[in-house]
Design a protein. Structure first.
Length: 209
């Protein structure tokens, strides 16, 4: 079973409290989403392996730690996931970026793919799928299924706010995927919005509400 990591860092909690406020405007919301993504990414990359490398400082030769040849990819789920990408790339500038677009079929309520563009060597990379909200888990589960169908095996999921229903769905569908979550909320309402949540993350990031 994949691990579920609920962030307890004071800065993450403070910033999530700020974006929950309905009076927080688009500019500040977008900036804070990016800042939270940096902090969650910092926690989510603790497991990356290191190797010893000999270098020369201005004083002498020494051995330092460097990331052990790990190729990384960030895959946002369109469109709200885009709001987390720049923050993550400030920490991992060499990561490749893919994109997955899904919409919900109005009849079946199931996610349908409309766009998928991944790095050519994505199956060789450690992949971080990102979306600010994990509500029902339908879109996130579908995105990870698409990645697995394309040969990706080392996958993690990062979100800012999750509902228990979404975590349950992800653990059922993808027990091998670790989940990194900024805050665990109470439930979903009858419209599948997270309660207390923060509304529609995509609308608030891009100012389209």
């Amino acid at each position: 079973m994949g691990n579920v990591f609920i962030m307890d860092h004071p800065l993450i909690q403070h910033k999530i409290g700020y974006i929950r406020r309905k009076e927080t405007g688009t500019k500040d919301f977008r900036q804070t989403i990016s800042e939270i993504a940096v902090l969650i990414c910092y926690e989510a990359t603790r497991h990356l392996p290191l190797e010893d490398v000999e270098i020369e400082t201005p004083i002498c030769k020494t051995t330092v730690k460097e990331l052990k040849g790990k190729k990384l990819a960030v895959v946002p789920i369109l469109r709200a996931g885009l709001g987390m990408v720049d923050g993550i790339l400030t920490l991992i500038p060499a990561a490749k970026v893919g994109h997955i677009g899904l919409y919900r079929d109005p009849v079946t309520i199931e996610p349908v793919e409309y766009y998928c563009k991944l790095p050519e060597d994505c199956q060789e990379r450690e992949v971080f799928v990102v979306d600010p909200m994990l509500a029902t888990g339908g879109s996130s589960s579908a995105a990870i299924r698409m990645l697995k169908e394309k040969g990706c095996r080392n996958i993690h999921f990062m979100c800012i706010i999750a509902a228990p229903e979404g975590i349950e769905r992800m653990q059922k569908d993808h027990p091998d995927v670790d989940l990194y979550i900024g805050a665990l909320d109470e439930k979903l309402n009858e419209h599948s919005y997270i309660v207390p949540g923060l509304g529609d993350a995509g609308d608030r990031i891009f100012g389209t509400k």
